[in-house]
Design a protein around this ligand. Structure first.
Ligand code: PLP
Length: 358
């Protein structure tokens, strides 16, 4: 029987982290962001575990349709909105709320007859310069949407570019730009991502949009989940499938890039970049073997990584290995791989078995 890489998803931890959102933003409604398969945690199971939130957000229409097909009846906002009249028909049919970020989308909405009016979000670019209408056009766009028979309500949204930096000047500037752009408009607003929820109280407004913090990961560029009393939700684990004895001077793995400094035991773990483990993890990146830290050595392969077992001479085939999660923060692995925890969580591949536990 071969080993499978498993991602244990702790739904109790997920719900604990939702409580943290409530504590941090007690007056705001919560739009839980579950795009990209719930940041790799299983979108539908995450939605079911968080059923009492005020809304969900996904990036694309097909994600929202998958939620509806699974019986999720909550309010769902679609962050990229619609691209065609056919999309719009689906929004109306399934009572989905598009985020409108471009004048082209407003034109399309003006030209399309809908069976039921839509509740929409108007996204304003307050300084991130990625998506959203220019602040000086916000009022006109809002009026245009508000006047449409096919629009039942318009809410206002913007997104922060640098809220993960605790004293970022850009965040203050964006908050000011947004307030000026919407002055006098009577509509609900949403600004804060996870970093806004935890670090920028005056960004909370009517709706907060936490993503990463729900999964128990710090949204700050320097910070750990424990600092903010967040609990990791995903624990990625596998097992040793070989223990080999290699000689000082032997080169290990592709490119022979790592050379044994000693006669030593070397462990092979059944997990590689084909499972979502980052190929760029440097030698020395920790894994937990039988609850002890051992370092990754040599290049990460598609199906395996190698670990130095000099401190664990009794380690044997079948011993459990944690790649990240409980006891080994994904923040630490991301830093060792030159990336961010978001990317690692989203990249967990279809080969990995997700196990959801209440
Ligand atoms: C992904 C996303 C979020 C959630 O961000 P986190 O940093 O994961 O909390 C919020 N708003 C928008 C527009 C997003 O795209």
């Amino acid at each position: 029987m071969s080993f499978a890489v498993e991602a244990h998803i702790d739904l109790t931890a997920l719900r604990h982290n939702l409580q943290r959102v409530r504590q941090a933003a007690p007056d705001a409604k919560i739009m839980a962001v579950i795009k990209a398969n719930g940041y790799g945690h299983g979108m539908v199971q995450v939605a079911k575990a968080l059923h009492e939130v005020d809304a969900f957000a996904v990036a694309r229409l097909h994600e929202a349709l998958a939620l509806r097909q699974s019986g999720i009846e909550n309010t769902i906002a679609v962050l990229e909105g619609f691209q065609s009249a056919a999309d719009l028909d689906q929004f109306a049919r399934h009572a989905l709320q598009p985020v409108i970020h471009h004048a082209r989308q407003i034109e399309l909405l003006q030209q399309t007859r809908l069976s039921t009016p839509l509740q929409v979000w108007l996204k304003i670019d307050s300084g991130m310069h990625r998506m959203g209408v220019a602040p000086e056009n916000a009022r006109e766009c809002w009026q245009g949407l508000d006047a449409l028979g096919s629009v039942a309500a318009v809410r206002l949204m913007t997104h922060l570019a640098s809220a993960d930096v605790r004293d970022s000047k850009q965040t203050e500037q964006q908050l000011e730009t947004f307030q000026q752009a919407i002055a006098g408009i009577d509509a609900e607003t949403s600004i804060a991502n996870s970093a806004g929820v935890l670090g920028w109280t005056h960004s909370h407004s009517d709706w907060v949009r936490p993503g990463i913090m729900l999964y128990g990961v710090s949204p700050f560029c320097t910070g750990t989940a424990a600092d903010d009393d967040l609990q990791p939700v995903m624990t990625l684990s596998s097992r040793l499938i070989a223990v080999n004895h290699v000689k000082r001077g032997d080169a290990v793995g592709y490119g022979a890039s790592w050379v044994c400094p000693d006669d030593m035991p070397l462990g092979v773990v059944a997990c590689g970049y084909g499972d979502g483990y980052p190929r760029h993890a440097i030698a020395g990146t920790p894994v937990l073997l039988n609850d002890a830290c051992v370092p990754v050595v040599a290049r990460v392969s598609m199906d395996t990584i190698c670990v130095d077992l000099r401190t664990q001479p009794k380690a044997d085939i079948g011993d459990p290995v944690v790649l990240w999660g409980k006891g080994l923060p994904v923040e630490e692995i991301a830093a060792a791989a030159g990336t961010i925890p978001y990317e690692l969580l989203c990249a967990v591949s279809r080969r990995v078995n997700l196990h959801h536990q209440a």
